[in-house]
Design a protein around this ligand. Sequence first.
Ligand SMILES: [Zn+2]
Length: 348
Amino acid sequence: MPAALPLLPTTVVGSYALPSWIYAADDWMQRGLYGPIDTAETFNDAVDRAIQDQEEAGIDIISDGEMRRRGFVQGFAHKISGLKNVGAPRKVGESGIDQEPVYETVGPVTVANGIGIVEEFEYLRDHTRKPTKVAVPGAFAITAWYKPVEHYKDRTELAWAFVPALKDEIRRLAAAGAKFIQIDEPIIPGYGADHHTPGDLTGMFNECIAGVSGVKFAMHVCFGTHKKIAYAKRTYAPFFPEMLDAKADQFVLEFANREMSEIERLKDWLSDRDLVAGVVDVRNHYIETPEDVAERIRALLKHFPAERLYLSPDCGMRRVIRYRAREKLNSLVEGARIVRRELTGKAD
Ligand SMILES: [Zn+2]
């Protein structure tokens, strides 16, 4: 059995920094130089390193680093039929989300064999004794770069088409023993100026988790981390209290990069839910010191009870340079220890 969680448990949002050698391996895979055994070994080794970094840093609830995924949601496209890759709208110049390939619907979308997250979880479960969490893209997130052309009148209808597959993935995750499942719904503008409401997000969230028990469900709402660039207005005010319609036990929200803005609203917004608060900025090359992190935690505790507070980076760490990602995890854990000592009077 995994160990009991301490006060102010530390965790991650999902993805972790890639080791440098994975870029070379990806290149060889794309050129057809790897067989299936080489590929499996490479991905397993990458997950092993992500587990090791989190364990050595002292993170309490770890992920598999999403090492088998490429891109936040784009990497699932090859598991979905009914889509056609029409390329990126822009291919030259500064980085932006318009440089990602767009997929147009050519008929009904189907996911015949799942999106692979159960298999990711099973490897993680079998290779650590730590409590684990797994992140699943929400129905809106998964459609971020899909453009409804055939069969769907708009993105909301297209997003609903993915709910049965996500629901099935989540049921199988729970059956495989997942205890923390997070659904990611960043405020992604998507292809064109799609408009979606908190009600759209919560309705899909609730349908995805319906009937599953014995799991702590979290909803991660962030402002995007495309190559360290955010792509939405950085305020939660338009989303709460409506987001509370989601039957989420926890909300995973970003605060570090927003200099802790809106923490005074937490007592109204999350009076009966857990908060997993982002206290490390994944979009900043600067490494927070443990004292920086401790200051952010102390600020949160003025507005939110320690008993319902978890700590994490703001978002996935896929875009952080690996050695700096490790340093940021170290500071997260040390910052939490400082405040834990202040609250309990004893070291852990
Ligand atoms: Zn995020």
